[in-house]
Write a protein that binds this ligand. Structure first.
Ligand code: URA
Length: 422
């Protein structure tokens, strides 16, 4: 087999054979196919697509590139959730302990942020002492003893995806439905969860900007999961405005703890409960009441145990950025748009995110929202507070906010998008 013929097949809109797929993934993982060759193939896939059989084989080959985890020793059913990424998307933080409190085991392998979307591990690392890197044995131990674990995927899990995702990230080939679906599902299937709920985000702050693409991505992933014996469902959810009132690492941990304490912003609570219900149903757990578990402290108890089991201090004071800058509303009226992408870029520029994988992030940096679409604002009132340790970045962040909102005449009727679109 030679890689040029594989690239040519896809370049010329042909179908890759199972043998071609198995060979190219294996050869790329071993370093026999060069990055420039794989990036040519990824671009051909982005431009010409793959059919269902090709996507299934590509996913299987990525799973076969590494190890598979096994949670069969656990006494509870496993349920995982994956979000395709958004701005202010801190849902995993309250969700994992909540679903654990309702009786499932939640093995949550998470990632770091890149670009304008935040990463769950970066958020949790703002808790003093908390560790994202666990061995497989430690992961199983935390899961068994606390009911939930949130950690980084080990190097042995789908190594082909690790290499390919890093390459796609720097070659403009992330936004291909076959590649996104196979990337996400190879990790989830190799992880060994019994059931999986996918939160496929739609809107300016998401990979998928329109609902048709999001639906196709969701259907592709649900098909891959189901064919592999993982009970998989997907929700399409709104990402046109940030979730909750914060985007940034420690800021989002603080807001998640508010949700676990029975408070927090209505949209975060609504989505957390909607996803919890889907996870519990997929795991076959009936009669659990996630709304009650948020109110009665049981989800908070699971959070505290999960954080402590990974070295974190759940009572520690969270880091606060050294400098703040308040952005005020320029006019009085109804806020009809607050753009998720622009806010995500501002948070990233303030230091909450990274431009390259190896960059550090600031724990306290980010954007706090003082109003959401539908709220009436008065000229001069605080609209946003920007947080950073590096105030020289305020101007750069403010540039990304120049067209971030619309304020309509006072009294304008406004209907917000539902959080769960489908
Ligand atoms: N998340 C992933 O894990 N892979 C992708 O390709 C996109 C988002």
């Amino acid at each position: 087999m030679d890689v040029i013929s594989v690239i040519r097949t896809k370049r010329d809109k042909g179908e890759l054979s199972p043998e071609q797929i198995d060979w190219v993934i294996d050869a790329y993982t071993r370093g026999e196919v060069a990055d420039e060759q794989m990036s040519a193939l990824a671009m051909a896939i982005l431009l010409n697509g793959m059919n269902r059989e090709e996507i299934a084989r590509w996913t299987a080959a990525m799973i076969a590139s590494g190890e598979r985890m096994d949670f069969s020793s656990l006494s509870r059913p496993t349920a995982d959730k994956h979000s395709t990424g958004g701005v202010g998307d801190k849902i995993t933080l309250p969700l994992a302990p909540l679903v654990a409190a309702c009786g499932a085991a939640v093995p949550q392998l998470s990632g770091r942020g890149l670009g304008h979307t935040g990463g769950t591990l970066d958020k949790l690392e703002s808790i003093p002492g908390w560790r994202a890197l666990l061995s497989n044995e430690e992961m199983l131990h935390v899961l068994d003893t606390t009911g939930a674990v949130i950690c980084a995927a080990g190097d042995g899990l789908a190594p082909a995806d690790k290499k390919l995702y890093a390459l796609r990230d720097v070659t403009g080939t992330v936004e291909a439905i076959p590649l996104i679906a196979s990337s996400i599902m190879s990790k989830k299937i190799a992880e060994g969860t019994g059931s999986l709920v996918l939160d496929v985000k739609v809107g300016t702050g998401a990979f998928m900007k329109n609902i048709e693409d999001a639906r196709e991505l969701a259907r592709t992933m649900v098909g891959l999961g189901t064919d592999s014996g993982v009970k998989t469902v997907a929700l399409l959810t709104d990402m046109s405005t940030p979730l909750g009132l914060t985007a940034g690492n420690a800021l989002e941990v603080r807001e998640s703890v508010e949700v676990l304490a029975g408070g927090g912003p209505a949209d975060v609570v609504e989505l957390t409960i909607a996803l919890a219900k889907e996870m519990l149903e997929a795991a076959g757990i009936k009669d659990a009441d996630p709304a009650k578990a948020l109110k009665d402290g049981s989800a908070m108890d699971h959070w505290r145990r999960m954080i402590a089991a990974q070295g974190g201090d759940p009572d520690a004071t969270l880091p606060v950025a050294r400098e703040q800058h308040v952005v005020t509303a320029p006019s009085t009226g109804v806020l009809t748009r607050l753009d998720a992408y622009d806010i995500g870029i501002a948070a990233w520029r303030l230091g909450a995110g990274r431009a390259r994988k190896e960059d550090p992030v600031q724990a306290g940096a980010g954007v706090e929202l003082h109003a959401k679409p539908g709220d009436t604002v008065t000229a001069g009132q605080p609209l946003l507070t920007l947080h950073t340790d590096t105030p020289e970045k305020f101007d750069y962040a403010l540039k990304s906010l120049s067209g971030a909102w619309d304020i309509a005449e006072p009294g304008t009727e406004f209907a917000a998008n539902p959080i769960v679109l489908d």
